[in-house]
Design a protein around this ligand. Structure first.
Ligand SMILES: Nc1ncnc2c1ncn2[C@@H]1O[C@H](COP(=O)(O)OP(=O)(O)OP(=O)(O)O)[C@@H](O)[C@H]1O
Ligand SMILES: [Mg+2]
Length: 258
């Protein structure tokens, strides 16, 4: 039997090996990721922390196939991403990966309900709109279903983006500063919802945050600096023995809307 440790999971769902990312900017090429190695086990929660500009969002773009690595190995859910074309990458994201970005990327001409229903309809779910309404209710937006993004506050838009990412039940949830625009109470709601997905459905969670306490709720806290993983330590872990932590589950409503 092979020995495993949190940093070398036996069954990685995300495996990055010697990943480099170089992009051209007006001022010349920028070497953003510089030989980055990371393996994330299926069902693990990883908090990714590091200074501004260290490459966290770039790493998320690589893991979701939104950006192609300049060199190195990127495998997600058993797929070598460099071997997939744009259509196959979009399909992988649609079926297996939920993404919450620093900016929300809601579709401005669609209501909150329609925005959340899009990935459910693409996944051919029978009850796409009912599921979307339930997901919005769980983030405290049951009274805002028919509002367009421009009619929602920044924090409300972030909650719609989270509902959209979580509703299809992705195997991998990637979240980039998901609480950056939220008050602490609403932020807690969002965090609880993400950890519920992780706990109850064994979703793999990669959570980028500047909040060390939040990162510590994960199984591992991984530090990135200057485009490389520098070190990691175990987090408190989100799961107490015997199941999910108290508070909000995916099955229940988690917030009283304000
Ligand atoms: N499209 C791009 N072209 C050139 N350089 C870029 C591009 N996108 C990001 N960078 C640079 O790459 C570096 C890493 O950016 P990234 O957004 O990954 O940082 P980050 O760790 O997410 O920071 P923050 O905590 O501020 O969100 C930064 O120095 C940034 O200026
Ligand atoms: Mg960032």
């Amino acid at each position: 039997m092979t020995a495993t440790s949190p940093s070398r999971p036996a069954d990685p769902i995300i495996a990055l090996g010697d990943v480099h990312l170089k992009l051209d900017s007006g001022a010349g090429p920028v070497h953003i990721l510089r030989g980055l190695d990371l393996a994330v086990g299926a069902g693990q929660a990883v908090g990714l922390v590091g200074p501004s500009g260290s490459g966290k969002s770039s790493l998320m773009a690589i893991m979701s196939g939104l950006e192609a690595a300049t060199s190195g190995r990127v495998s997600v859910d058993g797929h070598d991403l460099s071997a997939l074309d744009e259509d196959a990458l979009a399909l992988l994201r649609r079926n297996r990966i939920g993404i919450v970005l620093q900016s929300f990327h809601l579709i401005p001409t669609m209501t909150a309900l329609e925005n959340v229903a899009v990935p459910l309809e693409l996944a051919r779910r029978d009850d796409a709109f009912a599921e979307a309404a339930a997901a919005l209710d769980r983030v405290g937006l049951g009274h805002r279903l028919d509002h367009y993004p421009a009619q929602l506050s920044g924090g409300e838009q972030q909650r719609v983006a989270l509902a959209r990412a979580v509703a299809p039940g992705p195997a991998v949830l990637l979240a980039d500063e998901p609480t950056g625009n939220l008050d602490s109470g609403t932020g807690q709601t969002i965090i609880d919802l993400m950890f519920s997905l992780h706990d109850e459905r064994d979703a793999t969670l990669v959570l980028i945050t500047h909040d060390l306490d939040l990162a510590n709720r994960c199984d591992r806290v991984v530090h990135i600096a200057d485009g490389r993983i520098t070190h990691e330590e175990p987090g408190r872990g989100a799961r107490p023995v015997g199941g999910a932590a108290g508070g909000a589950g995916l099955s229940g409503r988690v917030v009283e809307a304000g």
